[in-house]
Design a protein around this ligand. Sequence first.
Ligand SMILES: [Zn+2]
Length: 121
Amino acid sequence: MIERNRCKSTTSTGNPCKGLALRDGYCFSHSPSLEEKRDQARSQGGKNSAKIARLRSLVPPRLIEVYDKLENALGEVHQGKLNPGQAQAMASIARAMVAVLTAGELEERVRSLEDNSKENR
Ligand SMILES: [Zn+2]
């Protein structure tokens, strides 16, 4: 691992931040020059939360749990608490779960369409 490519700051636990350093030597979360952008992103996040809430209501409940776990994992990888390989494995498993669930949902829709067309004959 090349030292200068890592963020110069420390995490809340006091360990060196493992975020990738930008030009100023800090990661996106710690860079003083990006403070304004971060504030913008945060307020934008507030504006988008209604949209996110609406989208979440469309996601199968089991996948919301998966999403929350992945979101946590992202933070933990950034903080150096979670091995990126483990996070990669989580992401692969999650992708497979989504594929299985969406295939099941598609099958259900096709069957209901088929049933409807039989009734209409
Ligand atoms: Zn950092």
